[in-house]
Design a protein around this ligand. Structure first.
Ligand code: NAD
Length: 322
């Protein structure tokens, strides 16, 4: 078994996570050893995509476990997506990740959708099972798994979440499917508000969870919903560039020390929202875990193996909380 968790590997991964140019030296010899006529291919179809940390993450995990797979990024947009999906079948790829702008479009080219992908109207993972292409969404799975990994148990409890975009919808749907009892969703009155209303309708119709939608401008409702929630989540872009240093949370008085606080943002690792949560004494978690575990879910579907989570945390320099 090849253990490639070297210092160079760690540096390469950290550079990718920091959106810097990947290191070139040392990689070529490893590739010549590793890639053969038997190597199975997994893709990532999105545009733009060259900045993604997913290839470095998956290839590090394959190398560490000695698995004969390679993961490559392809610049694919909506205009070339159908041909690219046909290519998965023709070239017998094991599968692919899909990111923007293809997540909400790719479903129509696939043969089957998971219940979560169907409800979200989005796919980020394709699995090729002998020519039958399945679509899954693993962002919500990743979020829920990261909670479990950090000993946070939200099942049977109430959560309040701010956001109604792609990440938020995936989390809301998966949380409802997994057995969260109540979800209160807040969003500003932008184009995503209606998406949130639709998510609430689907959750109430298709799951045992009770969901409600609120305007983020309604601060009394925000205070009241947070007050009897076990967990409060940010799933908006507030806190990362160009909104770095900002939060929709009016002030610290909305939080209490026994509230769990999570953020989907991981760059910066500590958003203004998490900074306030930490000050109040809340157990808190950034978006690194969600990112890692959404990848791990696809990794398991493609290879049948568990991603080496502790190794990946070390390589990626992942810390959820303090
Ligand atoms: P999106 O564009 O689909 O949704 C954006 C959301 O932010 C919407 O709810 C929108 O209403 C809200 N928003 C935008 N500007 C706002 C403002 N000024 N005030 C309040 N709300 C505002 O984006 P997305 O893909 O859902 O990503 C949302 C965040 O989640 C981003 O920070 C992204 O980096 C992060 N994310 C993390 C992971 C992970 O694995 N950790 C995965 C996906 C997304």
């Amino acid at each position: 078994m090849c253990r490639a968790g070297t210092g160079a590997g760690r540096r390469r991964m950290r550079r990718c996570m920091a959106d810097a140019e990947p290191e070139g030296s040392g990689m070529e010899e490893k590739m010549a050893e590793r890639l053969t006529g038997h190597t199975e291919l997994i893709g990532l179809m999105a545009y733009p995509i060259r900045h993604s940390s997913s290839p470095a993450m998956h290839n590090e995990a394959f190398a560490y476990l000695g698995l004969d797979y390679a993961y490559l990024a392809f610049e694919v947009d909506n205009s070339t997506l159908e041909d690219a999906v046909k290519g998965i079948r023709a070239l017998k790829l094991v599968g692919s990740n899909v990111s923007m702008p293809n997540k909400t479009v790719v479903g129509k080219y696939l043969d089957k959708l998971s219940p979560a992908a169907e409800l979200c109207g989005a796919v980020n993972t394709i699995v090729n099972r002998d020519g039958v292409l399945e679509g899954h969404i693993t962002d919500g799975i990743g979020y829920m798994e990261s909670l479990r990994d950090y000993d946070i148990d939200v099942i049977g409890k109430k959560m309040t979440i701010v956001g109604a975009g792609g990440a938020a919808t995936a989390i809301e749907i998966q949380a409802a499917l997994d057995g969260v009892k109540e979800i209160s969703i807040f969003n500003i009155r932008d184009k995503f508000y209606e998406v949130g209303e639709e998510t609430v309708r689907k959750i109430n119709e298709k799951t045992n969870c009770k969901a409600k939608m609120f305007d983020l401008a309604d601060k009394d409702a925000l205070r009241a919903e947070i007050a009897d929630s076990y967990l409060l989540a940010n799933a908006t872009g507030m806190g990362m560039k160009p909104l770095e240093g900002k939060t929709w949370l009016p002030d610290a008085s909305y939080l209490r020390p026994d509230l769990i606080v999570t953020d989907t943002v991981y760059a910066p690792a500590e958003t203004e929202f998490l900074r306030i949560a930490k000050e109040v004494g809340c157990k808190h978690m950034n978006g690194f875990g969600m990112m890692l575990f959404q990848g791990a879910a696809g990794f398991k579907m493609w290879t049948g193996h568990d991603m080496p989570i502790e190794h990946m945390k070390e390589v990626l320099g992942i810390h959820y909380g303090d």
